[in-house]
Design a protein around this ligand. Structure first.
Ligand code: GTP
Ligand code: SPV
Ligand code: MN
Length: 591
């Protein structure tokens, strides 16, 4: 009997016309075979798809170089195609679904000619989790097939699980000829379908990640009563041995991976990693919020990663198991055949080539590693991986953090005073833009809940959904905002960050358990300095004022910017958001 899955695959093959169709089983043997093929295959960047790295120091690691125009997410080419434009909202690019499909059919006709179409059956979430979803992605590049095997649970069992069902999650991906003019990432939320052509880059091509687990899943969550969020999930173990689970949403390249596995600078505290990018949050029978990480891998920013900043990630990258580890667009040390990037430990190696293969040294004034160069590694290799990682139920969440990168105005930590105030606190977040997407960097943009590029529907409805979730929670988590990136008058970061961030997490955990007080301010609750362990840090008084004080003038300007953003949502915006906005504005005073 032919199944809907087989029929769907056949239809896509008819359109894209690959030479071969190959159904992956996710096995180790298969991964090796695909890497072998990739090492012989010429990629469009003029180098093989995979190149073996030093197997002694980076076991089972491979290097990949992407097309030079294809190094980050392309938000301007990403569309959410609901039948009705209003459902997509001002936060998304929209195209009519029929028109979008017509356009994509034109671009995709014969796009896999001469290539193999890989059929990737995978689960997002543990197969025994009631929240897991069965998915199939088609792709024409071994790099994507191998990446998906690291990032998801890919097995043949998924095909049996789908059986004769039609509601599996579908992804059709082709790198095409990498022509930026024929590059589109189209989402069809009503059909659980993502169609992406022209890019091999992570968030554009690994369709289980941002495309499904955030954009499509967030819309599923709206209809089914749960949340799909751009969040870290972690456990914080205190000196008594009790572990408190929290989630944290930060925009792309603003510190999630580092936070998720931080090595505590405070004695007695230990962080347990569950996820570094995506959390699915469901309301449990106990009225608490429970989180699972649908992924099984880290697709993390390489530059800045070192034994000083993120020792657990360095250990993860060098662990070497039967899962391959990939390095994409980093520089290469040609003496040792090791990957290299800015911020790595030790002196600058003598013989380096940059991410495009040109001989490089720092006197040239360019970057050796592409600023958004990344590694792909299995979570199973992380020494801080939580024993709860594979728990199908997930973990109960006691606190939620929203953050961003703000060199000015925003203090180190603020707490929402109620659920309504906290949703507003998440909605008002802004962040300076980074290299994770192609756009102008270092400009402040509003990025509610770090979801601006990932919410698959109108964000006004999204805020409403957060209010509704709050009403259903019997024991809601407390909600906080953080900012590690405030600078001093010379432009240097004031807060030491990384492992020292545990000091702020400790305060957050103490607040979650009602162990310490806080003071009311116009923007929310802020810590009494005596409750924060700042021992051993030497932060100048004027800088402490920047971290823990309230810049009233700055916040008055901030309020104006927030208002302009909120007004885009017109009448659809929940009145509770405006209520909280005007309360804050009145307390801040001024015009
Ligand atoms: P995505 O994978 O794009 O979602 O990014 P992410 O949020 O996981 O960011 P990541 O942890 O990879 O950090 C991005 C950059 O910020 C890296 O270069 C880090 O070194 C830097 N960074 C992370 N945490 C801190 C911190 O506490 N302080 C400072 N100053 N920099 C940090
Ligand atoms: C991000 O940009 O937030 C990432 C990398 O985590 S990507 O997979 O490209 O979305
Ligand atoms: Mn991310």
């Amino acid at each position: 009997m032919t199944t809907p899955l087989q029929i769907w695959v056949e239809e896509q093959a008819k359109l894209t016309k690959p030479d071969k169709v190959y159904w992956c089983d996710g096995s180790e043997e298969e991964a090796h075979r695909l890497i072998e093929i990739g090492m012989k295959e010429e990629s469009i960047a003029g180098t093989p798809i995979f190149r073996e790295l030093n197997q002694k120091t980076f076991p089972n690691s491979y290097y990949h170089r992407s097309h030079p125009t294809d190094v980050a997410r392309t938000e301007h080419l990403t569309f959410v195609c609901h039948p009705d434009k209003e459902t997509a909202g001002p936060n998304n690019n929209w195209m009519d679904p029929d028109e979008a499909k017509e356009k994509m059919r034109g671009i995709s006709d014969g796009c896999m000619r001469g290539k193999t179409m890989y059929v990737l059956p995978y689960m997002m979430g543990h197969p025994q989790s009631p929240y897991a979803k069965a998915c199939v992605q088609l792709t024409d590049v071994s790099y994507v097939a191998i990446s998906m095997r690291i990032m998801t649970r890919m097995t043949r069992d998924v095909i049996d699980k789908i059986g004769s069902r039609e509601d599996f999650v579908k992804g059709l991906h082709s790198v095409g000829d990498f022509d930026p003019n024929k590059r589109f990432i189209m989402h069809f939320p009503e059909e659980n379908f993502v169609w992406s052509v022209g890019s091999g880059y992570g968030g554009n091509a690994l369709l289980g990640k941002k495309c499904f687990s955030l954009r499509i899943a967030s819309y599923l969550g709206l209809r089914e009563g749960w949340l799909a969020e751009h969040m870290v999930i972690m456990g914080i173990q205190d000196p008594r041995g009790d572990t408190t689970y929290i989630t944290a949403a930060l925009p792309s390249a603003c510190g999630k991976t580092n936070l998720a596995m931080l090595e505590s600078a405070l004695p007695g505290y230990k962080v347990w990693t569950i996820g570094d990018d995506i959390a699915w949050l469901n309301i449990g029978a106990d009225g608490r919020l429970w989180a699972i990480n649908p992924e099984t891998g880290f697709f993390g920013v390489a530059p800045g990663t070192s034994m000083k900043t993120n020792p657990n990630m360095m250990r993860t990258l060098k662990k070497g198991t039967f899962y391959p580890t990939l390095f994409t667009n980093t520089a290469l040390n040609t003496d040792t055949n090791e990957p290299w990037w800015e911020g790595m430990d030790g002196a600058e190696p003598k013989n380096l080539v940059d991410w495009q293969g040109n001989k490089w040294d720092s006197s040239m004034g360019t970057k050796a590693a592409q600023p958004n160069s990344r590694f792909t590694a299995s979570t199973s290799q992380c020494p801080a991986l939580s024993p709860e990682f594979n728990n199908p139920k997930g973990v109960p969440i006691s606190a939620i953090i929203f953050g961003g990168k703000r060199t000015q105005v925003k203090p180190l930590v603020v707490e929402g005073s109620s659920w309504q105030n906290s949703v507003f606190l998440g909605a008002r977040m802004g962040s300076e833009t980074t290299a994770a997407a192609i756009h102008q960097e270092d400009v402040v943009r509003r990025d509610p809940m770090a979801m601006l590029p990932f919410c698959g529907y109108n964000m006004a409805d999204y805020f409403g959904h957060w209010f509704n979730i709050g009403k259903r929670l019997k024991r809601p988590p407390k909600i906080f905002s953080i900012n590690w990136f405030r600078t001093d008058d010379k432009g240097n970061y004031i807060w030491p960050g990384f492992g020292e961030n545990i000091r702020v997490l400790k305060w957050i955990v103490d607040r979650a358990h009602n162990k310490v007080g806080a003071k009311e301010t116009p923007i929310g609750l802020m810590p009494h300095l005596k409750d924060l362990d700042l021992s051993g840090l030497s932060i100048k008084k004027e800088n402490l004022e920047k971290l823990f004080g309230l810049d009233v003038k700055g916040w008055q300007r901030e309020a104006e910017d927030i208002k302009v953003f909120f007004e885009k949502f017109g009448d659809r915006m929940p009145k509770e958001i405006w209520e909280e906005f005007y309360k804050m504005k009145a307390k801040l005073g001024g015009s």
